[in-house]
Write a protein that binds this ligand. Structure first.
Ligand code: FMN
Length: 482
């Protein structure tokens, strides 16, 4: 059964305009820093997403900033009420994506695919004809891929991958960007195509429907097109590319096709990144050569502006990384109450609630999540007990400050896999993606006799049931509003 969802970026924008989570900007905006600055301020002030109707030098193009940069927008993208609380959004996501298999995409003919309304090949396929923004001052160039994904196919298996990997315009026909070696596309390209000197076909999907975008940045265990079908409750509609055998979401705004060139690298960056800093140096990175560009009429280019929280990358990566961890820990039979990764931590800190069933269960949890495929993206795991609200920052601080033993409760692994972007890391550590990992065990040792366990002094914990009920039922009568 299909869930309520938005088949394209446009229907989603309409929905956000209705809920007050987007606004129309009719003034002309400049692709050179102005659009970027607006979107940055929107993320920092948690304002509605700007729908730009006029972009300087690019008549016929529109823009859309901060597409899913809040839990309200995430709820709307899943067809839920924008007021839906985070745990309920998480429950909905987990239940939709519980199956270990999705549906194969539905293939449309080109004539029925909106993303083929305009087709540019040969000299016409020129990246400078697209309004790629200069997102932050100090960026190494204009970035066309900030909220998009790259479709690729494995060399010798049917596996396909959709993943978000930023893309900077280098010249009319060339884009460049980092593809980390432990990402799915990194493994396909660096382990199979590049050693055999075979160009790898790619298709960049810009302005997909929101569920395809969510799937593409989720650490899904199944191919992202099938994962999208789980979120939609029916197959995603795709169409074949013009110049290669890849399939792309048919309702997307813009598609850029081409090949990733083996064993040639060109310089990319700096760029304002998800950690809230500009960390990676200008360096030689992966090269994309363009063979065709197709698009809808009057395409709407989405723009994500990474920086200090909260942008959609931080929000969605935190959301899906945390929930994949939850699935994995439950599959292992660990008695967890839930997992919440804080977007404000730029997906570096995760809180796990667990019944303290046996000694060192926090260490077991930390080692499992750090040792998994998800591990490189974060380095702080806080384990709290089953009475703690994992979504409460107040409770998190209270737990860390009162229950975590400064020596025995902080378990450090000095050498783990990280990313090249960790702002605190020394240059050598960044270069080789080396990262320390820390577990904060906020569980009183289960072997302590009950008499030794400090009693938590809270409304819930230290009053008899009848007093609590009386106080709650008379709360408004006493004169309190909330
Ligand atoms: C906005 C955004 C930009 C990203 N940029 C990059 C990037 O440039 N390079 C990269 O390796 N990963 C990047 N990531 C992370 C990958 O998209 C992420 O690992 C994705 O889920 C691919 O995972 P997979 O390797 O499991 O397919 C980005 C994520 C987001 C949300």
């Amino acid at each position: 059964m299909a869930y309520k969802y938005y088949k394209d970026n446009r229907a989603y924008i309409e929905a956000l305009l209705k809920t007050g989570d987007a606004i129309v900007v009719n003034d002309e905006v400049d692709w050179d820093l102005e659009m970027g600055a607006i979107v940055r301020r929107v993320c920092e002030k948690k304002s509605p997403s700007p729908y730009f109707k006029k972009i300087k030098d690019y008549p016929g193009f529109e823009g859309f900033g901060a597409p899913i940069a809040s839990y309200r927008k995430l709820a709307v993208s899943l067809g839920l009420d924008p007021e839906t609380p985070i745990p309920a959004i998480a429950k909905e996501y987990l239940s939709r994506t519980a199956a270990d298999k999705g549906q194969k995409p539905k293939i449309l003919n080109a004539k029925d695919a909106p993303c083929k309304e305009v087709v540019w090949t040969g000299d016409e396929a020129d990246l400078f004809r697209l309004p790629a923004p200069m997102v932050h001052e100090g960026d190494g160039g204009r970035y066309i891929g900030t909220w998009h994904f790259v479709v690729a196919k494995d060399l010798d298996t049917p596996a396909i991958n959709w993943g978000m990997y930023r893309q900077m315009v280098f010249d009319e026909k060339t884009m460049v960007g980092p593809v980390l070696p432990f990402s799915d596309m990194g493994k396909m390209f660096y382990n199979k195509y590049a050693p055999n000197n075979i160009p790898m076909p790619f298709a960049t999907v810009i302005g997909p429907d929101p569920l395809s975008a969510i799937a593409s940045c989720a650490p899904a265990a199944i191919p992202e097109d099938e994962f999208t079908s789980l979120l939609m409750g029916e197959p995603v509609e795709v169409v074949k590319c013009e110049t290669c055998d890849l399939y792309v979401p048919a309702h997307a705004e813009i598609i850029i096709e081409g090949v990733i060139v083996p064993n040639v690298m060109i310089e990319e960056a700096p760029f304002g990144e998800y950690t809230g800093y500009r960390t990676s140096p200008r360096e030689k990175r992966t090269v994309y050569r363009v063979t065709a560009i197709t698009m809808r009429k009057n395409p709407i280019l989405p723009i994500s502006n990474m920086g200090i929280p909260t942008d959609e990358g931080q929000l969605l990566r935190s959301f899906s990384l945390g929930l994949e961890m939850e699935r994995m820990l439950r599959d292992q039979g660990i008695p967890i109450t839930g997992v919440y990764m804080l977007p404000e931590s730029t997906h570096h800190l995760v809180v796990v609630g667990v019944k303290p069933a046996y000694a060192n269960i926090a260490t077991q949890i930390g080692q499992l999540v750090f040792g998994s495929k998800l591990g490189p993206w974060f380095h702080l795991v806080v384990v709290v007990d089953d009475k703690t609200d994992i979504y409460s920052k107040d409770e998190l601080i209270h737990n860390l400050s009162t229950r975590c033993h400064p020596k025995n409760g902080i378990i450090i692994t000095e050498q783990g896999v990280g990313t090249p972007l960790n702002p605190y890391a020394w240059p050598e550590e960044r270069k080789y993606s080396r990262a320390g990992k820390v577990i904060f065990d906020c569980l009183f040792p289960p072997e302590w006799p009950t008499s030794m366990v400090p009693i938590k002094v809270s409304f819930d914990n230290v009053y008899p049931k009848e007093i609590k009920e009386k106080v709650l039922s008379k709360w408004n009568q006493y004169g309190f509003k909330d």
